[in-house]
Write a protein that binds this ligand. Structure first.
Ligand SMILES: Nc1ncnc2c1ncn2[C@@H]1O[C@H](COP(=O)(O)OP(=O)(O)OP(=O)(O)O)[C@@H](O)[C@H]1O
Ligand SMILES: [Mg+2]
Length: 342
């Protein structure tokens, strides 16, 4: 199976503006710079093969969107590497990224904010088709745009309308059509249904899954909602404070969650489903600040199984079964084989 995306040790952080007068200070007789960094993505590695759906799951603020935005180079990676379709794209210039941009499209949570309100739908879809030279004439591009709109459930009679003339669900369909228009190999869907009414969510999810089978692309799917992830994923990664703490085939992770954080996350699900609530999962305990990350396991402060070593040493991956791996000292200390590459 060919590898579409391979992310290794990805790092992303954001500098917070420090008051100019506080920018430098004297420490032990030497001038030092006062940096305030939000460590959004801390050593993230995973891959996606052709036709796969890989889901990233985790609480709000754990770095899912930052990971996605770094992969597509909306923000430059600060460390690590991104290989896409076999090529290292980590440091490609905007110009050299162009052919890869066509192959990786994003669908966003808020379809309204991501559609230009002053552009007609037909122009929103036609523009990338012409830009990436999928069709060579305007007429052919318009025909292609209309047939894709029809495919996602928007009548081509409505193609001359503007985004505000559509409902939330229809706007997300238009966002999906825009991504599909250039025939990408990877679609990164960042919470594509969480802003929609619950009744619409299933329709859009079904559409997303049907399209994958028809067009044969892969998904990086970002979600809060574990019931959604359970339906659509092949493999999944559980993120906590910018790190994937556990990943594996969906069945392995759901049937035998190994990391105490995954276990907590899953134990929160029945309550959420019962209350019919799709809000971000909120767990108890103190989350360390992403500005000052602790030296050991990032989850130690909330973990009821934490040992002394957890406070001081960052755990490496331990492979539990093929493809199922966890970053937790409960497994390293039992002497199982530690492996980063399987
Ligand atoms: N442009 C930015 N400047 C400073 N901090 C940022 C920026 N973007 C994200 N962050 C911070 O990085 C961390 C990760 O944010 P991110 O948006 O990636 O999380 P998320 O998992 O997508 O959350 P959500 O589920 O709420 O969408 C958070 O602490 C966030 O406040
Ligand atoms: Mg996000």
């Amino acid at each position: 199976m060919s590898r579409v995306l391979e992310v290794n040790n990805l790092i992303q952080y954001f500098e917070l503006s420090v008051d100019l007068l506080d920018k430098f200070s004297i420490k032990e007789g030497k001038i030092s710079i006062n940096e305030k960094r939000v460590h959004a993505v801390n050593d993230v590695s995973f891959h996606i093969d052709a036709g796969e759906v890989y889901s990233l799951v985790g609480e709000s603020g754990c770095g899912k969107s930052s990971t996605a935005r770094t992969i597509v180079k909306l923000i430059e990676p600060k460390g690590g590497s991104v290989r896409f379709l076999g090529d290292d794209i980590t440091h490609l210039s905007a110009r050299r990224m162009l052919p890869y941009r066509k192959e990786m499209q994003m669908i966003f949570q808020d379809p309204y904010a991501s559609l230009n309100p002053r552009q007609r739908i037909i122009d929103i879809i036609t523009e990338p088709i012409l830009f990436h030279k999928i069709e060579s004439t305007k007429k052919a591009a318009i025909d292609r745009a209309k047939s894709i709109l029809e495919r996602v459930g928007i009548s081509s009679d409505q193609a001359d309308r503007y985004p505000h003339q559509f409902s939330g669900g229809q706007r997300q369909r238009i966002g999906i059509a825009r991504a599909l228009a250039v025939d990408p190999q990877l679609i990164i869907a960042d919470e594509p249904v969480s802003a929609l009414d619950v009744s619409i969510q299933a329709q859009i999810l079904n559409l997303l899954m049907d399209l994958k089978d028809e067009y044969g692309f892969s998904y990086l799917f970002i979600a809060h909602d574990l019931s959604v992830v359970r339906h659509i994923s092949d493999r999944m990664g559980i993120m906590y404070l910018g790190m994937i703490v556990e990943e594996g085939p969906k069945e392995n992770v759901f049937d035998a969650p190994a990391h105490p954080y995954t276990q907590l996350l899953f134990s929160a699900v029945p309550k959420i489903e019962k209350e019919g609530e799709f809000a971000p999962i909120a767990l108890e305990g103190e989350i360390p600040s992403p500005i000052h990350l602790p030296p050991g396991c990032l989850f130690a402060s909330r973990c009821d199984k934490a040992m002394e070593i957890c406070k001081n040493v960052r755990p490496e991956y331990v492979t539990l079964s093929p493809g199922h791996r966890v970053r937790c000292h409960l497994y390293t200390s039992t002497g199982q084989e530690t492996s980063i590459d399987e």
